[in-house]
Design a protein around this ligand. Structure first.
Ligand code: TYD
Length: 137
């Protein structure tokens, strides 16, 4: 997997035995970057929309480890939507893609594996500023 790859789904291993299922994820093996941060979004209020930003350099993978939600990705020209509903499927989100996350089911948990520590200066939180940075305004 290359750093320049576009958004795509990654199917992780799904190890099933009579006790249930287990999905391992190893940095730089199952995901194309060193994982420097993990966070998760949960207890989402009904109808809430999360994210609403782009990252300048950070790449990440989003996983519906419980429940489901929809991730909308926008490179300033086209918009793609992905319904995530399986704990062994991750969505790779490259740098410089605006993302919104909505349509959370009850009990949904969004796990994020990020390539960098939290750094507010890595965010575009204004869509027009994002478009200007892409040279589209
Ligand atoms: P925000 O970026 O608005 O979350 P979302 O992407 O789900 O919309 O972050 C909410 C708050 O949490 C904001 O004050 C920044 C803070 N935060 C951290 O301190 N560390 C983190 O790793 C993240 C993702 C957010």
């Amino acid at each position: 997997m290359e750093e320049t790859a576009g958004p795509h789904l990654i199917e992780f291993r799904h190890i099933i035995d009579p006790r249930g299922a287990l999905t391992p994820i190893e940095a730089e093996r199952d995901v194309p970057f060193p994982i420097r941060r993990v966070y998760f979004i949960y207890d989402v209020c009904h109808g809430a929309v999360r994210a609403g930003h782009s990252h300048k350099a950070l790449q990440q993978i989003l996983i519906a480890v419980s429940g489901s939600f929809t991730v909308h990705l926008d490179d300033g020209r086209t918009r793609q939507s992905f319904l995530l509903s399986r704990p062994n499927i991750g969505l790779y989100v490259p740098r410089m893609f605006w993302r919104d996350i909505d349509n959370f089911s009850g009990g949904a948990v969004c796990l994020a594996l990020a390539s960098d520590h939290y750094e507010e200066s890595d965010y575009y939180r204004d869509y027009e500023a994002f478009l200007r940075a892409k040279g589209l305004r």
